[in-house]
Design a binder for this molecule. Structure first.
Ligand code: TNX
Length: 545
């Protein structure tokens, strides 16, 4: 008798568990929605399905139709709102920006949102409810395009959900930048931070200063293997590495991102990480004219070459920003500010005289003065300066937003001082770190260890903040520094599936975050990444990490 009831219990439990798994697979939506209530039945999409849309959602409807045309072979009609049935995108007042509601029944799919972004995210969710083959580029015969019945209410937790990409250490072709953006949108990210200038290469054409790309976009060769500081031990590949985006390319990419509800935040590094710029325009150097400029940097690590803080340099960088503002509608413009080694400023009589003349205390205040010139310039033009947390040193510019990379401390200080913050701590969001503790199993990386589980456990709002201060945490983003990522396939290997974990951190309510549940949905999601031809890192599946 006892045995029988124990058996019954065991099997009831495992049946329930099996059902949970089946439900998780059937509704494998990532990031996990705020409310998801499964229902019986399904809607099946076919060649005659009509997509009805409010005027404000027409463009979103057409994008969806184009997006699913190849895998399904359907060319769905988009019409104004009419009778029930098919797919209906209805604009309603009262829902938050980016929020949506979705009802799927056997009769049709009903989407409600107040913004086009909300409608767009609803349709991204619909694609995730369809078979993973919906993400293929080529048609697949014999698939039933079924969407399981469901009620969903959804809205993001954070307004800044981003990924950065360093295209300066290794240039990434325009087509890949687009693919990166497209994948971000499919994961409901809404910020692409484009790291465009570095010691190792300047990658955006500036009309007024053509030498920035004529000279600054090429390095003669690149260090091979891990960074070693001793020049005698450095080995080089002997190959020129070049690449930049024309202003036409930039416009194309910004428009491509906007169609996907992604803001492109450009980064122009100053006053450090500027060796390529100094080499292209030697008057930017902090050393006297008699000291030759260094060439475009060929190794990794931090360069000592730093812009001199003269009026001429300030005007030069503001000219650069003028063209950047024409190209990028982003409310935020990133001016870098990190890792600006002050040795050349300390050694330069001109810079020392400048510090004295401006009544500044030291080199940190000098940097802060420099950044303030950019803050005023951007603020006057209706934009907001954003910079790495070093911009806190020597006094934070009045309107600055801080990107906290050296842990969370910079972000906490900035939020307490009333500034907006984007969290980007090395510990959880540096996707140039190893994905395994056994480094022999992984391609060469910069160091560290950040696996999917660690990313999933990241909490962007530090407990040190009061609720009012916590409102300044706009969100967080991943960093893809490419010293050790020579090509797009390698970037994908480092980015995925860690970005999949990060989107759930940034979109879903903290109370809905559940790693075990995520792991049930993830395998289905990896099939989507297969269909999208993403070179993601395979899961460890029981092996030592
Ligand atoms: C620090 S994060 C940097 C980058 C490097 C990165 C490598 C930051 C603002 N600066 O220049 O690529 O570390 O992890």
């Amino acid at each position: 008798m006892r045995l029988i009831s124990a058996l019954a219990l065991c099997c009831a439990v495992s049946t329930a568990a099996a059902q949970d798994v089946a439900t998780a697979e059937r509704y494998a939506v990532i990031p996990r929605p705020v409310v998801l209530t499964p229902a019986a039945g399904a809607f099946t999409l076919n060649a005659t399905t009509v997509v009805q849309a409010s005027p404000a959602f027409r463009a979103v409807a057409r994008r969806f139709v184009r997006d699913i045309a190849n895998p399904t072979g359907f060319d769905l009609r988009v019409t104004p709102l009419g009778a029930a049935g098919g797919i209906r995108l209805r604009q309603v007042p009262g829902l938050a920006n980016e929020a949506y509601q979705l009802d799927v029944t056997a009769r049709g799919i009903e989407v409600r949102a107040s913004t086009a972004a909300g409608a767009f995210y609803a349709l991204e969710t619909v694609k995730q409810l369809l078979p993973p083959a919906i993400y293929r580029d080529a048609p697949l015969a014999g698939v039933l395009w079924r969407v399981p019945a469901v009620h969903i209410e959804d809205a993001p937790r954070f307004s800044w959900r981003g990924s950065h990409l360093d295209v300066a250490r290794h240039f990434m072709p325009k087509e890949y930048v687009k693919k990166h953006i497209d994948l971000l949108a499919r994961h409901k990210f809404n910020r692409f931070h484009w790291h465009l200038t570095e010691d190792q290469g300047w990658r955006i054409a500036i009309r007024k200063y053509p030498r920035l790309t004529e000279v600054g976009a090429c390095r003669e060769q690149t260090l091979v293997g891990p960074y070693v500081s001793d020049p005698a031990k450095q080995v080089f590949d002997g190959k020129r590495h070049c690449g930049f985006y024309t202003q036409e390319d930039v416009r194309e990419i910004v428009a491509y991102a906007a169609e996907r509800h992604i803001t492109v935040v450009p980064e122009i590094e100053m006053p450090g990480h500027a060796q390529a710029a100094v080499h292209a325009y030697p008057f930017l150097s902090s050393l006297r004219d008699s000291v030759p400029t260094p060439g475009v940097m060929q190794v990794w690590g931090v360069s000592p070459w730093i812009l001199n803080p003269s009026d001429r340099s300030v005007a030069f960088m503001q000219d650069v920003l003028t063209e950047v503002l024409e190209l990028f509608p982003s409310p935020w413009i990133h001016i870098g500010g990190d890792e600006a080694i002050k040795d050349q400023w300390k050694a330069s009589p001109d810079v020392q005289a400048r510090i004295t003349a401006l009544g500044l205390k030291d080199e940190h205040e000098m940097q802060s003065w420099f950044i303030r010139q950019m803050d005023t310039f951007l603020t006057q033009r209706g934009r907001r300066l954003i910079g790495w947390d070093e911009i806190l040193e020597g006094g934070l510019a009045e309107n600055a937003t801080v990107m906290s990379w050296r842990g969370m401390a910079g972000g906490i200080a900035a939020a307490k001082a009333g500034h907006d913050v984007v969290m980007a701590p090395g510990s959880h969001t540096y996707f140039d770190h190893y994905q395994s503790q056994d480094k022999t199993r992984e391609p060469l990386a910069i160091g560290g260890f950040t696996n999917v589980e660690k990313v999933y456990g990241f909490e962007p709002v530090p407990t040190e903040l009061t609720p009012a201060e916590a409102k300044h945490i706009l969100g967080a983003q991943a960093q893809l520094w490419t010293e050790y990522m020579p090509n797009p396939k390698h970037v994908e290997y480092m980015a995925y599936p860690r970005l999949v974990a990060l989107t759930e951190v940034l979109w879903s309510p903290a109370s809905r975050r559940d790693y075990a549940d995520f792991l049930q949905r993830l395998p289905v999601h990896l099939r989507r990444l297969d269909a999208l031809d993403v070179n993601y890192r395979r899961l460890d599946e029981g092996r030592v990490q």
